[in-house]
Write a protein that binds this ligand. Structure first.
Ligand code: ADP
Ligand code: ZN
Ligand code: ZN
Length: 741
């Protein structure tokens, strides 16, 4: 038996779920640490994996040596530690966590950095569409590929095409042989920053409040101390300038920064602001990157070439060198929570953990901090800094609540626009100023109903009414994408009535109604439908900023972080719509949304105005949102949470069971709950079982229950002792944000 100076336990990327022992050779000793990527022999083949642990003795007698160390793609020590932490807290196998940390492209590492296959159409768009329709019957997979190309008319990288469609290379090859597509190798620099315009900017001289914040952050940076700050600044108060100057200090101290922003705020405008200050020190990570770009960015960061990483939630796991500063902008944003997939981590919370592991400064910034974070600041866990006024001379906008019930009365029926809003819009048009109309929904009408029998067109696979889209003449399910195109003329339920009516209002209909009302108006619409193509979101925003439209209509996508100096009027059409969701966070989300949208008004020289249209003008949340009084909202809401024992006073987990058989799924859920209760201490409270907010998604029936407990560890440990039959899938969302859906 051969003997080695040390033994490494290695977790393979694929296959075996537990680590295997391998010998560390003398020459490998100084690099064989946890987090190191390796090639190891498995039954005569080399496989890739990661060292989880280094120890003295093997657990089995005959072991082989590690074939090769792969230091370029290994995890820095602090990230590895974070992975172990998350493995325990979020009850997720190490392999799943490591997958979140290491992009596939880095793990597989087969990307040729110089050239990449690029796919374009070889025939006209019409011919391609025709071919696609024919193929839909004979080869759904090939049709899927063509669908994707029809959506991306300029062509796309093969790697992206495969990822978007989920198909293998061979159908693409077949389509190329049929001379419908071209595949070429193109030689490119994949850095996504090349070619973008930006103007170099200088640091602004800070106002007193900004200065105090920056000084405190920089003092912690210089002392290399771990500290978490909450930066509460009203919209437009210059938080971004505070971030920029703090990053600058980190840079001059030789330390790196990770800056998280919600995915939809990662617009060209945001990127330009950072690039204008830091030029090529930046790496930008977002979900639209091609696989090659992702691979390159990861290595740039790992090598320390990019000292500032800006990205959506998973950018927190970037392999930066010498981390010193982590900023979470719009820290209240629900997009920081991964809910559907394991690990169900919250990037804001993990930012604090990583900050602690690396002795970094963590800044959480928001105009509407989450109740949790503000509570943490109040009890001294975070240090609070407040920016109370807008940085430019502009004032916070004046808010008016309009009672829509009176408008319906006066109008003898439904109307989308109150008289006040119409008058104000006309004023803006006359003065050449811009308006934003916000609606918390997309599509033309939200549903279609048969007036004969009352049937509402529901998705056949989901528990959701289908949405009608006028532009594409289709009924569509927003949960699974199921489509009826064109929509049926005859009711499928009573099979007699042709009297089908649309109910509810969407962005598309608002746009149409506006043009009927104001014939010369120029509008733009930003929602999930108009921003499907790469770059289209940025393009629409740019058009609006440069004055190519008078009114911008949009959903959540326009609520955050945008800066349009000529916008002087913002209208929220259905301010109360998010209050109807039976979730204890509904008030908080409504308050945040209204405040954020209102914050888009009056950001330039001109004063801004906000109109909140609602059917609940006396509702306490609508009132306090109109006052834009965060502290009042916070103290009311905190009391409610205390009274009903909800977070931040307790932790909350959601167990969702899904299966094809409704009866079985519910039964499994009930039994699981019963067994779980016996394993939990008295301090945990388990709610009753009920159907999920979406009771059926993609043919799977869903049942759920909530658990409230002082510690998630206890809940996690109890759950991991239990199992479910394989016909039913259990998903556990720890520290769940959404309790209803
Ligand atoms: P926030 O991120 O808090 O919404 P921004 O950082 O976008 O606010 O700032 C709003 C506007 O105020 C921007 O145009 C910004 O350039 C400007 N600004 C910020 N700080 C200052 C300052 N100290 N002096 C002058 N203008 C400032
Ligand atoms: Zn009917
Ligand atoms: Zn569906």
């Amino acid at each position: 038996m051969e003997s080695y100076p040390k033994i490494a336990s290695v977790l393979l990327d694929l296959g075996i779920d537990y680590p295997l022992d391998y010998g560390v050779l003398e020459s490998q000793l100084d690099q064989a640490y946890p987090g190191m990527r390796v090639h190891v022999p498995v039954r005569g083949h080399l496989r890739s994996g990661m060292i989880l642990d280094v120890k003295e003795r093997p657990s089995t007698p005959h072991i082989l040596p590690i074939a090769e160390l792969l230091p370029e793609s290994s995890l820095p020590a602090d990230l590895f530690e974070l992975a172990l932490w998350m493995e325990k807290y979020y009850l997720t196998p190490a392999r799943k966590i490591l997958k979140t940390f290491l992009p596939t492209q880095v793990r597989v590492n087969n990307y040729n950095p110089q050239t990449q296959a690029f796919v374009t159409r070889a025939v006209s768009q019409d011919q391609l569409r025709l071919a696609c329709q024919e193929l839909r019957h004979s080869s759904a997979i090939q049709a899927k590929v063509l669908d994707c190309l029809l959506l991306n008319d300029k062509g796309l990288f093969l790697a992206d095409l495969l990822e978007l469609t989920g198909v293998s290379r061979s159908p693409v090859q077949t389509l190329a042989e049929k001379k419908l597509l071209h595949i070429q190798n193109v030689c490119i620099d994949r850095s996504p920053l090349i070619g973008e315009e930006y103007f170099k900017t200088k640091p602004k001289s800070l106002n007193e409040e900004q200065l105090q914040a920056v000084n405190a952050f920089c003092a912690s940076l210089s002392q290399q101390e771990f500290a978490t700050y909450l930066l509460h600044g009203v919209t437009g108060s210059g938080k971004t300038e505070v971030y920029l100057q703090t990053i600058e200090r980190a840079l001059s101290l030789g330390r790196s920064t990770i800056m998280l922003v919600p995915e939809i705020s990662l617009t060209e405008q945001t990127i330009q602001r950072f690039r204008g200050r830091f030029e090529n020190h930046i790496a930008i990570l977002h979900h639209r990157l091609s696989q090659g770009e992702r691979h390159d960015q990861w290595h740039r960061i790992r090598r320390g070439e990019a000292k500032i990483v800006i990205g959506a939630r998973s950018a927190l796991f970037s392999p930066v060198q010498n981390l010193g500063l982590i900023i979470v902008d719009e820290e209240h944003d629900a997009a920081y929570k991964q809910s559907e997939e394991r690990p169900t981590y919250h990037a804001r919370d993990m930012a604090v953990v990583r900050g602690k592991l690396t002795q970094s400064v963590v800044i959480l910034g928001s105009a509407t901090p989450s109740i949790e974070s503000y509570h943490n600041a109040q009890r001294g866990k975070y240090r609070l800094f407040t920016l109370t006024s807008r940085a430019t001379t502009s004032q916070l906008p004046a808010v008016t609540i309009v009672d829509m019930r009176k408008e319906y009365e006066r109008n003898h029926g439904y109307t989308s626009f109150s008289q006040l809003l119409i008058d104000k819009m006309k004023q803006r048009l006359a003065q050449g100023e811009q308006t934003i109309i916000f609606l918390n929904r997309r599509g033309y009408h939200t549903s279609m109903q048969c007036l004969g029998c009352g049937y509402i067109f529901k998705c056949p696979h989901c528990d959701l009414a289908m949405t009608f889209h006028l532009g594409q003449q289709k009924l569509c399910c927003h949960l699974c994408g199921h489509m009826l195109c064109p929509p049926p003329k005859l009711c499928p339920s009573c099979k007699v009535s042709e009297d089908l009516k649309f109910r509810g209002v969407g962005t598309e209909q608002i746009q149409k109604a506006l043009h009927a009302l104001l014939p010369d108006v120029r509008t733009l619409r930003i929602d999930g439908d108009t921003t499907r193509h790469k770059g289209s979101h940025d393009k629409l925003l740019r058009e609006f900023r440069t004055g190519k439209a008078d009114i911008l209509i949009g959903t959540q996508m326009i609520a955050k972080g945008l800066h349009f100096p000529s916008v002087t009027l913002v209208a929220v059409l259905n301010a109360d719509s998010s209050l109807n969701i039976p979730d204890f966070r509904a008030s908080e989300q409504t308050f945040q949304l209204i405040t954020q949208v209102a914050g888009r008004a009056g950001r330039g020289e001109l004063a801004g105005e906000v109109i909140l249209q609602t059917q609940l003008p006396d509702n306490a949340i609508i009132q306090v949102a109109a006052e834009q009084d965060y502290l009042k909202f916070y103290s009311q809401e905190l009391e409610t949470r205390r009274l009903f024992n909800f977070p931040p006073f307790i932790h909350l987990a959601k167990c969702t069971f899904s299966g094809l058989d409704a009866v079985l799924t519910e039964q499994v859920c009930l039994e699981f709950r019963k067994k779980l209760i016996t394993k939990l201490s008295r301090s945990a409270h388990v709610h009753p079982v009920g159907p999920s907010g979406y009771a059926r998604v993609k043919d799977l029936y869903r049942f759920q229950f909530l658990i409230r407990a002082p510690s998630m560890r206890e809940v996690g440990a109890a759950i991991s002792q239990l199992s479910v039959p394989k016909q039913v899938k259990l998903h556990v969302d720890l520290d769940a944000l959404s309790t209803f859906f």
